[in-house]
Design a protein around this ligand. Structure first.
Ligand code: ZN
Ligand code: ZN
Length: 79
């Protein structure tokens, strides 16, 4: 799984850390953006290199765009 900033292509090292508003410090990509301290899910992730915010999903470069995933979930199953 390739992870990189959508805006500057910075690839966070394993030791990269983000800080939640609750004070928790952790690697947000270990938990897909969920804070282990207060369970808040961060839909946007700030780049530690360029300081710009991007959708957490967009950091995962091997996944299709999030719009496609949401369409698949909302499509009712045919019985
Ligand atoms: Zn960046
Ligand atoms: Zn938190």
């Amino acid at each position: 799984m390739k992870i990189a900033c959508p805006k500057c292509q910075w690839e966070p090292p394993a030791g990269a850390r983000w800080t939640c508003t609750c004070g928790q410090v952790w690697n947000t990509f270990d938990t897909h953006g969920r804070c282990p301290g207060c369970s808040q899910v961060w839909r946007d992730t700030q780049c530690l290199a360029c300081y710009r915010w991007s959708k957490h999903h967009d950091w995962y470069r091997d996944l299709p765009p999030v719009e496609l995933l949401e369409e698949e979930i909302e499509t009712p199953l045919a019985h």
